[in-house]
Design a protein around this ligand. Sequence first.
Ligand SMILES: [Zn+2]
Length: 81
Amino acid sequence: MSLSRQQRYVKKMLKQKRCVSCGRPAVGARYCQEHLNADSARKREKLGLKKWRRGHRGRPTIASLNRDEQRAEDYGALGRK
Ligand SMILES: [Zn+2]
C-alpha cells in the first residue's frame, strides 16, 4: 500500500518529533504548543467538553488538592531542616 504525499509528510514529522501542522518542534505527540491548544479547543467544541477546571466534576476535590499541597510543603520543610 502506498502512502499519499500528505501521509508521508505526517509520518516524517512524527518520526522527527515535529509539529504536523507547522514543522516546529513538537511539545506533545504531534503538535507544537500553539497547535496543541488549537487541537484541544477544536475537540472541546466538537465533543461539547468544557475547559479543565480544578475541583470540577470528575476531578479531585479542591480540599484534597489543598491537602496534597500542604503535605508537599510539610515534606519540603522537613527536607530543609
Ligand atoms: Zn504547530
